[in-house]
Design a binder for this molecule. Structure first.
Ligand SMILES: Nc1nc2c(c(=O)[nH]1)N[C@@H](CNc1ccc(C(=O)N[C@@H](CCC(=O)N[C@@H](CCC(=O)N[C@@H](CCC(=O)O)C(=O)O)C(=O)O)C(=O)O)cc1)CN2
Ligand code: MET
Ligand SMILES: [Zn+2]
Length: 773
């Protein structure tokens, strides 16, 4: 009988009730010290390992826990904290960690002359592959040195061992670590740092071996990317070097097919390979062919990126030929770390029972592994009831009348080519809109949200609990909207927003109101640091039963003579930040959402709202990880956006907004979205991002972000002026707007007020300068 083992690549960190989030935020407010925070961490690890042991996993996974981000953990483990933070050597490891993650106030005086003056700025944050998780970007320079600088990993291994668990440690591999970082020095190629990095990995592996760790999972997710040749070539020699000292290495890949890296991955001198059989089922047989018989094959068969129950029969059908073909050990696992799914369905009390029966969160996915391994091993008797329940759920979901709607299908079938086009071309629309709104040159606006104060959140929590009635809740939110409008008027902003007080989240809020979406009570997933999101679940055809934002927006407009910009989340972002159906292509779901949003845009227009913003911050992260998939994705994504935006008259102004990404390689597609105005995050890149738009001669209007909204730091008027002067140099001034990088929901009012005052002040100075020629 073949050896079957189960394991997980990683587990959610926040805890069943987001204990880590609350402890972190208390610690940052100075309410609890490091020891108390560490205790919460230790308790969570213990509970999560116990859950893995209870599910019969072959070992518990150690090293996936982090107080902010696992990549940041590696920056400390490998001793490459950027020198710009100027740590004195007296700070504790944890305080340096949070300084890198969140910035050091007082030190962050950007003099504007060179990046090296940006002493205390937080590390840049960017998307982890195509997920909604953000990691902290390691910074490299030619003076970067590596050394073992933290014992945290070894301490956690010892902790798990003391609890009696067999341990598999996990590390982010050296090549992925370098690849995911960024050079902070012109001319440097970070791959050249590999030789300095590998000895530290060797040392870490040796030490783990000394601790009695027999397996180390080394994650190299970049093997799923189109790698430059020098990066590919570096794998073999790196792993030869590491193999010398290491316990057995399980090389883990996930998120996309290996394609041209498949043979390389199979032949590296490691003891095992993990592959993502959810994203790349078609490669499984090829892997079994290429993988030497003595190696462990770990098959990521349970979807770590989605919340649907595994179709056990389909999974077994996929696994059996591999089990027959591969002579070595076979392990079963989720496709990737379970970081990207919520903790457990046990915390859901209000979810529709039928829909809930179709789902599995992290805890339930661990149990699925056990069932699959028993069934694959021929021991179906021990899991008869579980198998039957699983089969029943899959069959019920497939047959459910709640999934398919004839009216939605009909509407899409009836769509014609012109549905994704505005009535006239941009120059004509621009003329009409200029006449209608008569805005000053360089108009000022914001991106939508104003501070989500504890009072707003408490009111919503009370409303959801039933402790606050609907009328009272509405009144409180209207008071917040009134406040936001008055503040904007006092500041002298040109295009106002209502402030989004009534929204828990820009995706969840719409998910709660659209048909075909289910939402959870407690389905939190970490987005960055202590911040979490509750992605809605798209289970069926999407339709909009009634207007979603019109009353709030119209209320705001009734308070002012200035234009109020309506605020919607676009189809791609709604899709990308939800758990999606796996029974039809993503493109089909996107198109359904696009029609629902179009209805909302048209209703806003009918209610007298002349400007509507359709946010698409996730358009870039939705790009397939392999370039071959880009073109079809972008064609379909831009069409979906245009469907949502094209139901209105020429003099209705459509804005879109994007953030958190590099856009320069998709500029022609961004232009193809044909929004009248786009606002983008540019300040952190010092307007470098905007240069691309200038070089490309982006045809429509554009608002480059003039300050970073992730930091409480208030920008000065001069700083903003400096950035806007850079903008004026690359984009025609008559097409420029002035706005922050993104929404202000995570900020407080005092800094928001002060920052926007700097922004409006800068706009005034520039207008005078430009008028004077
Ligand atoms: N979906 C999504 N993805 C995204 C973004 C985004 O905005 N949305 N932005 C980027 C990431 N940025 C993010 C920025 C902020 C937060 C964020 O602030 N999250 C909040 C939760 C927001 C939320 O849903 N709030 C709810 C529920 C809040 C809550 O937990 N309430 C407490 C009570 C709170 C109280 O009494 O004060 C409870 O119910 O127990 C609400 O406002 O209604 C958090 O972690 O704290 C998340 C991501 C990229 N991906
Ligand atoms: C992550 S993009 C956020 C856009 C949204 N309208 C806001 O201001 O919060
Ligand atoms: Zn944004």
């Amino acid at each position: 009988m073949k050896t079957l083992r189960t394991h997980t690549l990683g587990f959610p960190r926040m805890g069943a009730h987001r204990e880590l989030k609350f402890a972190l935020e208390k610690h940052w407010r100075g309410e609890i010290g490091e020891a108390a925070l560490e205790q919460v961490g230790a308790d969570l690890r213990q509970a999560h390992w116990q859950a893995q042991a209870d599910a019969g996993l072959g070992f518990v996974t150690v090293g996936d826990f982090a107080y902010y981000d696992h990549v940041a953990n590696h920056i400390q483990l490998l001793g490459c904290e950027p020198t710009r933070f100027g740590f004195a050597g007296t700070e504790s490891e944890l305080s340096r960690y949070f300084s890198m993650a969140r910035g050091v106030t007082g030190k962050a005086q950007h003099s504007g002359c060179c990046a090296s003056h940006a002493h205390g700025f937080a590390l840049e944050m960017t998307k982890w592959f195509d997920t909604n998780y953000h990691y902290l970007v390691p910074e490299f320079s030619s003076t970067t040195e590596f050394k073992l600088a933290s014992t945290r990993l070894f301490d956690e291994v010892a902790e798990a061992q003391a609890l009696g668990h067999p341990v598999k440690a996990v590390l982010l591999g050296p090549l992925s670590f370098l690849y995911l970082g960024k050079e902070k020095e012109a001319g440097l190629d970070r791959l050249s740092l590999l030789d300095a990095l590998l000895p530290v990995y060797e040392y870490i592996l040796t030490r783990l071996k000394q601790q009695g760790v027999t397996w180390v999972q080394v994650d190299e997710p970049i093997l799923g990317l189109d790698l430059p040749a020098d990066w590919r070539n570096a794998f073999e020699r790196s792993y030869w070097q590491l193999a010398r000292s290491a316990p057995q290495i399980l090389l883990a890949t996930y998120f996309s097919p290996l394609e041209d890296n498949l043979r390389l991955a199979c032949q590296l001198p490691v003891a095992g390979l993990h592959v993502d059989a959810v994203r790349a089922p078609h490669e499984l047989v090829g892997v079994a062919d290429w993988l030497p018989a003595h190696k462990v094959l770990s098959v990521g068969i349970v979807d770590g990126r989605n919340i649907w129950r595994t179709d056990v029969d389909a999974a077994l059908k996929r696994l059996r030929p591999v089990a027959d073909k591969h002579r070595g050990e076979l392990w079963l696992a989720p496709s990737c770390s379970l970081l990207h799914v919520p903790f457990s369905l046990q915390a859901e009390t209000l979810l529709d029972a039928e829909i809930q029966s179709w789902m599995a969160f992290a805890i339930e996915k661990l149990d699925e592994l056990l069932v699959l391994s028993a069934a694959l091993g021929g021991d179906t008797a021990s899991v008869t009831a579980e198998l039957q329940a699983a089969r029943h759920a899959i069959a019920a979901r497939r047959a459910s009348p709640r999934v398919h709607r004839a009216d939605v299908a009909l509407r899409i079938a009836r769509a014609v080519d012109s549905d994704d086009k505005r009535q006239s071309a941009f120059p004509q629309r621009q003329r009409l809109q200029r006449a209608r709104f008569a805005l000053p040159p360089l108009p000022t606006t914001t991106i939508g949200s104003f501070p989500q104060t504890p009072a707003i959140r408490a009111a919503r929590a009370a409303f959801k609990r039933g402790a606050l009635g609907e009328a009272d809740y509405r009144q409180k939110m209207e008071a917040e909207i009134t406040l936001a409008v008055r503040e904007q008027e006092a500041l002298g902003i040109d295009v106002l927003v209502h402030g989004e007080a009534e929204r828990n989240d820009m995706v969840e809020y719409f998910g709660e109101q659209l048909d075909g979406f289910a939402f959870t009570e407690n389905g939190w997933v970490q987005s960055y640091g202590s911040r979490c999101v509750k992605p809605p679940v798209i289970y069926g055809d999407v339709a909009r039963p009634r207007a979603m934002t019109v009353a709030w927006t119209a209320f705001a407009q009734s308070l002012t003579t200035k234009p109020v910009k309506g605020m919607l989340t676009g189809p791609i972002t709604l899709l990308q930040w939800s758990f999606v159906r796996d029974d039809q292509p993503r493109s089909a779901t996107t198109e359904q959402i696009a029609w629902a949003i179009r209805d909302e845009v048209v209703d806003l227009e009918s209610a007298g709202i002349g400007i509507v913003q359709i946010d698409e911050p996730a358009i870039r992260e939705g790009l397939p990880l392999r370039r071959a998939g880009w073109k079809p994705y972008l064609a379909q994504a831009t069409r979906a956006f245009r469907i949502s935006a094209s139901g209105v008259a020429d003099d209705t102004q459509i804005h879109t907004h994007m953030c958190y990404s590099e856009f320069n390689d998709i500029l022609s597609e961004i232009a193809a979205m044909d929004a009248d105005v786009i606002t983008i995050e540019t300040s952190r890149s010092d307007m470098e991002l905007l240069r691309g738009f200038g070089d490309f001669q982006y045809p429509n209007e554009i608002g480059p972000g003039v300050y970073d909204i992730h930091s409480p730091r208030v920008p000065t008027q001069d700083e903003i002026l400096r950035l806007m002067r850079k903008a004026v140099a690359v984009v025609p001034r008559e097409n420029l707007w002035i706005n922050p990088d993104c929404g202000l929901k995570t900020r407080g009012w005092p800094e928001t007020r002060a920052a926007l005052a700097s922004m409006v002040g800068a706009a005034k100075v520039l207008r005078e300068e430009l008028a004077a020629g």
